[in-house]
Design a protein around this ligand. Structure first.
Ligand code: SAM
Length: 205
């Protein structure tokens, strides 16, 4: 699993490597742009005033929302990703912190219309995901939505089928969402498939 320093090293090439995988329609980023675009459109359509991005990376999605006047908050543990994103969004309230320990204190002081996590929560085990998502639900404003775009599957069968097809390239250190299993903890969770390896998960208060 990549540490924060690993992500620092990846930061400058991150956008390019994601683009290549997405354009080749290959694991792990097949469907990346469609999913980010979908989240972007839903947030604009819902007239959400603010958004919190968990593991914002280079700020690909939130920088577009920022340009539309959405108030942006975020947490990431890579200093290099933080620098790149903060430069794109000087007024965004971005913080460095490991999500394994939950949200940093200043982010707990607010409530959010949208909480976004794209390709970041698979770094948490399923147990940690459940705890963290429950905490995030408490940070939503009335009518707020959590949008999770990630390598994700409806069932364990779909997950295992993809792992077999991907073979050695499959990252055994990452823990991908299996919606049917998460629904035990979040019955309202909705899963929409966007590629053979990715989906959009939405969760409301
Ligand atoms: C694959 S990138 C995704 C970036 C962006 N959300 C996107 O969709 O392009 C994963 C991001 O999550 C951050 N991240 C991974 N594990 C984390 C952790 N435990 N705490 C905070 N951030 C983490 C990384 O630093 C990186 O910026």
């Amino acid at each position: 699993m990549l540490s924060n320093k690993g992500f620092d090293l990846w930061a400058d090439d991150y956008d390019e490597s994601v683009d290549i995988s997405d354009e080749e329609n290959s694991y792990p980023f097949a469907g990346y742009k469609i999913i980010l675009n979908e989240i972007y459109n839903r947030i604009l359509d819902a007239h959400h005033k603010n958004a919190l991005d968990i593991g914002f990376g280079t700020g690909t999605l939130i920088s577009k929302l920022y340009e539309h006047g959405c108030e942006i908050y975020g947490q990431d543990f890579s200093e290099k990703m933080f620098e790149i994103a903060q430069e794109k969004m000087p007024d965004a309230k971005l913080f460095i912190g490991d999500i394994s320990n939950g949200l940093v204190e200043p982010l707990l002081e607010n409530k959010y219309d949208a909480i976004i996590a794209t390709y970041s929560l698979h770094h948490l085990t399923d147990d940690k995901k459940v705890t963290f998502l429950k905490d995030l639900l408490n940070q939503l404003n009335e009518g707020g939505v959590i949008y999770i775009g990630d390598v994700a599957f409806e069932t364990r069968l779909d997950h295992d089928k993809c792992r077999n097809e991907v073979g050695e390239a499959w990252d055994e250190d990452e823990f991908y969402f299996v919606a049917a299993e998460m629904k035990k903890y979040f019955p309202e969770m909705k899963f929409e498939k966007f590629s053979d390896c990715a989906g959009l998960i939405t969760l409301k208060k």
